[in-house]
Structures are given as C-alpha cells and as structure tokens.
Ligand binder design. Sequence first.
Ligand code: PGA
Length: 258
Amino acid sequence: MSRRPIIAGNWKMHNNRKASAELVCGIKEAIEGIDKDALPEVVVAPVFTSLDVVSQNICNCGCGRIQLAAQNCYFEEKGAFTGEVSIDMIKDFDAKFIIIGHSERRQIFGESDEMINKKAKAIIASGLTPIICCGETLEQRELGVTDSHIASQIVKALEGVAPADVANVVIAYEPIWAIGTGKTCDSAEANRVIKGIRTTLSQIAGKENADKVRILYGGSVKPETIKEQMAQSDIDGALVGGASLKVDSFVEIIKGAM
Ligand code: PGA
C-alpha cells in the first residue's frame, strides 16, 4: 500500500502576517524546481490571522506544491461563540486540513476527546481533512499505558465516523514528552506505536480503510532525524513544530522525505 507522505509545519503561535508571508514564500521558492510528483504533500499551518496572507501566497504561485492548514477550529457553524473560528471560515481561505487535538490544546485549553470527536465529524462533513493528534505523557509511558491510551484517543476521536471516511483522515502520533524538547522518540518505537494505531483503525473501519490512513510522527523532528523516520514501514510523514519555522530546516525535512 503506497501512501503519499505528508510533511506538515505547525507554526503554533508564531509569525505575524509579514513573517508568515516571508516564511511561506521562502519555502515556495526552495521547492519550486522540484518535480511535483516527487514531493511529499507539503502543508503549512499558520495562526488564524495569517491564513489569508499565506493562502494568497500559495495561490499566487499556482504551483500546487503547498497546502494550507489551520491549527484548530470550532465545530459549530456560527453563533455566540466569542473567540472561535468555524470550519467554513477556514475553508474560505482554501485550506485543506485542520489540525485537531494537539496536546497543547488538550493540556493548556482543556479540550476533551468528546470535543475533538465533534470537530473531526464537522471537518469531515465539510469536505476538509482533519489531522488528528494523539500522544502519551512521560508519566503514561513510564506506567506502561502508552498503547491503551493512544487506542482510546483514536477510538474516541473517530466515534460515529463512517469507515470510508476514516480512510481519509490523517493521524499524527506525537509523544508529549518529545514535543519541543529536542528528545525525538526512537524511530522503531514510534513505528511500533503507529502500527498499533493502524491496528486500532482496522478494528474501527476495516483493514482496507486503515491501510489508506496516513499516520505522521511528531515531536522534535529535525533534518537529521527525518530519513530514519521515513524509512520505517508505517511512518507516513511528519508534523513539525520548531524546525518548520525556518526555511532551511523545513525544506531539508521535505527533501528528507523524498
Ligand atoms: P516540535 O513540535 O517539532 O517543536 O517538537 C511538534 C508539534 O507540536 O507538532
């Protein structure tokens, strides 16, 4: 089963409009000459306030080499939800993906599995693709409950999603202790957990659908780690934080996934 790799940059709460435009233009220029079919699917996720400017810069080049993602959304269509942004508003910028359930959203902003499930269903219904994050804390890892915790996060996130729709979601396995710490999860171990995620997906949606799901690794991905990560049987790409904020390191990671 060949799955097209994804390299996604999660810019988190960085970059105003000017810095966002510079970063996306830098990436665009650096990959312009590369054969489109040889590239992984390249995705950037700026802050909401930069979606417009990044979208314009991606569209202007017309090369279709970079896709836009949002870092979050709300599941209701509209209404009295001060401070929230709907999926339709994100779609307005021609975004293709929305990251949901990032550990920072779960831990800092108290997002529950139930909310993530509502977001996943609303994103799928809108025709966009959710990038659903999961991952264990260091404490859970040390207690030996990593696999059951991840399986539970996946089952809850996808409750009520039709099997055929499960095939199109993207999952990002991001051990929380590896995020922003410089401590990358051992590639073979990340692959083992990701295989477990695929088994859970098979139980939910059948093997054929599960085999289509792209599952990314995230957590201190660097230019030096990407080749080994991509060489694993079940790692289909990366969700990159810190190293996606500089053109050089992000482009090196993209090339490392080719
Ligand atoms: P990091 O972040 O690459 O800086 O560890 C990854 C993420 O949080 O998605």
